[in-house]
Design a protein around this ligand. Structure first.
Ligand SMILES: *[C@@H]1O[C@H](CO)[C@@H](O)[C@H](O)[C@H]1NC(C)=O
Length: 251
């Protein structure tokens, strides 16, 4: 899949000063904003925030400081007059551009492969249909494609899917379902395409019982065998005992 670029990618550097005694908090933030990998329309901001209120900002598009409070307006005027705006403009080339490659490599170009599971979600014996579930977990970034293949040919009928769900930790997950009538000898596969793969990968559905069901069968069968062993042993014991005690008629 093609590499991915978000609508706006921001790289932040923050400097904070805290006066613990009075509970005042000054925060200065430098921000490079990238909207394409070729660094076209790159923007740079220098923000000044006091007690959560942004009171002054340098904006590279305007190439000047803007104040948002009385003190902010005063400082912006002074900064603009003293050539601070010009100096900040240099950060576009001197700071944002050289850092772009590092930021892209550490965040945007990083990919994480999904963990894919194909299983039986539901089997309806009266309608002879089966519902399969193909789940892809923990992939990054978003942008994934799931397809169902029956004997290598894409199936579209009976397919439903969730959206790509965000896990809240950079990773995403998605689930696709196929409802169909199984036939013996056929191969059902889930095909996944993601930017972490050089080519799509397929995952085969194993029509044997799911693991949980298989364990129940194994436990049940073991119980049956154990029961039979005891029953047969008991029978032999009983036979032996009763033949040893053949009553001899007394005369
Ligand atoms: C920077 O200035 C441009 C031009 O006025 C404006 O469109 C943009 O919203 C500003 N960005 C910020 C973050 O202030």
């Amino acid at each position: 899949m093609r590499p991915w670029f978000p609508s706006a990618f921001r790289a932040l550097a923050a400097l904070s000063a805290l006066s613990a005694v009075d509970g005042y908090f000054l925060h200065m933030q430098r921000e490079c904003r990238y909207s394409s990998e070729d660094l076209k329309d790159i923007e740079y901001f220098d923000r000044y925030v006091f007690n959560k209120l942004e009171y002054m900002r340098y904006n590279s598009t305007l190439n000047k400081y803007i104040g948002y409070t009385d003190i902010g307006v005063k400082n912006a005027e002074r900064f603009n007059k003293e050539g601070e705006a010009e100096r900040q403009h240099g950060n576009l080339d001197g700071y944002c551009k050289p850092n772009a490659e590092l930021d892209f490599d550490s965040v945007l170009r990083r990919t994480v492969e999904p963990t894919v599971k194909v299983k039986t979600a539901e089997a309806s014996s009266e309608r002879h249909t089966t519902k399969l579930q193909c789940s892809a977990y923990d992939f990054y970034p978003e942008g994934i494609k799931l397809k169902w293949l029956r004997n290598g040919v894409e199936v579209k009928d009976g397919v439903t899917a969730t959206e790509e769900l965000y896990d809240g930790d950079w990773y995403h997950q998605i689930h696709s379902y196929l409802e169909f009538t199984p036939q013996s000898g056929e191969t059902i596969q889930c095909q996944v395409d993601h930017s972490s793969f050089s080519q799509p990968k397929t995952y085969k559905w194993d029509p044997s019982l799911p693991e949980g069901e298989r364990n129940k069968v194994i436990i049940g069968a073991s119980g049956l065998v154990l029961g039979l062993v005891f029953a047969i042993a008991g029978l032999f014991y009983y036979k032996k005992k009763s033949t040893g005690r053949i009553l001899v008629p007394s005369s």
